[in-house]
Design a protein around this ligand. Sequence first.
Ligand code: GLC
Length: 448
Amino acid sequence: MVKKLFLSLFSLVFFNLYSQNDLTNDRLDWFKDAKLGIFIHWGYYGVNGITESWSMYHKRISHTDYLKQGEQFTASNYNPEQWLDLFDRIGAKYVVLTTKHHDGVALWDTKYSSLNTVKHAAAKKDLLVPFVNAVRNKGMKLGFYYSLCDWSHPDYSPVTFERIKNVKKFYPQKEQKNSSPWERFVTFNFNQLEELSAYKPDLYWFDGDWEHKAEEWKSAEIKKSLLKWNPKVIVNSRLNEYGDYKTPEQGVPIVRPEGAWEFCMTMNDNWGYFPSDTNYKPIAQIIRTFVEVISTGGNLLLNIGPKPDGTIAKEQVERLEALGQWIQTHKEAVYNTEAGLPYGHFYGPTMLSKDHKKLYLCLFDAPKNYIQLKGIQTKVKSIKVLGSDENLTFERNGGAAWNNIPGILRISVPSEKSLNPYVTILEVELEKELVLYRGHGNAVELNM
Ligand code: GLC
């Protein structure tokens, strides 16, 4: 009897754990294959062309003047269909929009604060609904950035700058008996998240969690509610420890992160529209970064900061288009692939097709002499340059095949006209699934 009880208890726990893991993996499936997402920082800050929210925090602008920017936040040329046409054309699979940054200004008609683009901006309209529709029309995945901290909220503290006196007028909360300011604030976050969840986002991109502990935000409860409202939603790693995937920012990770991850990056040095910041990354750097990220199993969440009228600066469009054109020529290596070889086999990033029968070698610069690939046990069928279809000759050299020590594969250098100006990719077709040699090397005991 005891044994029976123990067994059923064990299978119950095991089954629950197993199905929960299963669910996590399942939820992340699309994300792991997405490769490219577009991050959109759109808010008041583009009016003066200053740092998003942080300009107040660092007292470069008063709260009053910061909020005044709303008067020129017109969204007069806002055309989310056009945005989405562009994102879709360049091969992005998901989009993350700042529904509310740390400044507290919401892009949707939230009933929990009048600090939104309907009531407190020249736009006088809900900017989220048309965006959601445009994303859905393209069949892309929908991501909502949401700042947990709200520096304009009267119940949120501490704040480094002086807030306007009657800040309460923006937040028409009913007095809740016996509740502390913090409890009221946490309820406010839950309320807004419930509103947002009605649009069934596929992803929540939280920010600002570092300002409070998980127990204070009620991160565990937030996660539970999000999953209740939408069982398939995924969450980035800024809900304290309750995220589903890692979110490194601005610096490409040197060590390959474990599990699902995404790297977010600006094109110049700012997230929002910042016309005086002309320090744009060259196209080559953006494409190389993209390649480095996908070759180590991540997605690139590339940021744009639209202007207050809703148009996208030409420097940003140009970079998106260039990345898209490059992806178009190299799509076999981008989609349907996973992280490539571990360190040591090839000098450069690599990707592996999901069936493990094709290896993609990325060349950042024009190679000299020959290209070398090491430690590949599997026979190679052919090697070609993606885009030009030039076939390359190759030859195995060294090693001791009879002792399972594969020498190096010397691949001939592509002709100059086959080289891509940004990143050239060689497709190595294997006879069978890839088998790697990962040995340290040892004596060849039985020589031929
Ligand atoms: C940082 C900043 C924030 C920005 C975010 C994007 O956390 O606080 O302003 O929105 O990065 O990753």
